[in-house]
Design a protein around this ligand. Structure first.
Ligand code: SAH
Length: 291
């Protein structure tokens, strides 16, 4: 392994308390120290150490030092607005089919969790344009993004209300995390290229119903689907193999639709293939072919 692998001054690392599981993001700076309620760790003992090192505080508590994954980073980074959780970020990545070279419109930027995922997926040849009305959130998100990716990212933050319209055209994806996504449907239809994808994340059932119905009724959108993702952690410790007692029971619902040729949409589409169609047919009795 080369020196690349060794922890460097200036980078953000994750310290995990091995007894209690608590996690901390720390920017390594020579001469500084990480303080816990059980003593401290001088950063100088971490700079130059390989990833995966266990460091001891002055009172013997054990901390594991690693570079954070993107999911670990977004969970621990400072928040202005509530973030989208990793299980939903992962789902958006594939169901909204974000990929290299795309131009993606996002609103709003919030704390920048989704923005970081979009930037990773579109890569250096893509572009992310984030509409955000609140300046303090834009600043917070920019700090979080720069701490992770540096200043050189293909991101434009527009200090604008997306309900008043999207200026860009021939966009690949529009991804929304704000309270009234149905107010963006018409402008998104104009901004998206044919075949492009619309995705909205909302926390409540009435919001989901409203955005789903707006997309399903719009002549330039088809294949509207709405679903949620549940993630249940398991406890695996000797004979105790069972679901964890606690879980995040609810975050939000995703609603997706495809931008199609004008008048190719606007009617209720087929049931979405989120689960396997074969499973669904088996549960409902004989499907079209079996009837
Ligand atoms: N997805 C973000 C969190 C977004 S929170 C993350 O993962 O970190 C919702 C954000 O939408 C807030 O920052 C809010 O200021 C912004 N917002 C709400 N309405 C808006 C509008 N009409 N136009 C632009 N931004 C808006």
């Amino acid at each position: 392994m080369g020196d690349e692998a060794l922890l460097r001054a200036g980078e953000v690392i994750l310290l995990v308390d091995l007894r209690r599981g608590k996690r901390h993001l720390v920017t390594l700076r020579l001469g500084q120290a990480f303080h816990s309620d059980r003593g401290f760790i001088p950063h100088d003992t971490l700079v130059g150490a390989p990833e995966g090192t266990v460091a001891l505080t002055t009172r013997g508590a054990r901390y594991l030092a690693l570079r954070p994954t993107l999911a670990e980073y977004v969970l621990e980074m400072p928040r202005g607005a509530q973030i989208i959780y990793p299980k939903d970020l992962a789902t958006i990545a594939l169901f909204a089919d974000i990929g290299p070279g795309q131009t993606v419109i996002e609103a709003g930027v919030g704390s920048g969790a989704l923005t970081l995922v979009l930037l990773r997926l579109v890569g250096p040849t893509g572009r992310v344009i984030s509409y955000e009305t609140r300046e303090e959130f834009a600043r917070r998100a920019q700090r979080n993004i720069e701490a992770r990716l540096g200043p050189d990212v293909p991101l434009t933050i527009r200090p604008q209300d997306v309900y008043l319209g999207i200026e860009e055209r021939e966009i690949d994806r529009v991804i929304l995390d704000l309270p009234e996504p149905w107010r963006v449907v018409e402008t998104a239809a104009q901004a998206l290229r044919a075949g492009g994808l619309f995705c909205a994340y909302v926390p409540t059932v009435p919001q989901s119903q409203r955005i789903h119905e707006a997309l399903a009724a719009h002549p330039a959108f088809a294949l509207a689907e709405t679903f949620e993702t549940l993630l249940r952690p398991w406890n695996i410790a000797g004979p105790s193999v069972r679901p964890a007692h606690r879980m995040v029971a609810h975050t939000g619902f995703l609603t997706l639709a495809r931008r199609v040729q004008p008048d190719a949409g606007g009617s209720p589409g087929p049931a979405p293939p989120v689960a396997s169609d074969e499973d669904a047919d088996a549960a409902d009795g004989p499907g079209p072919e079996g009837a």
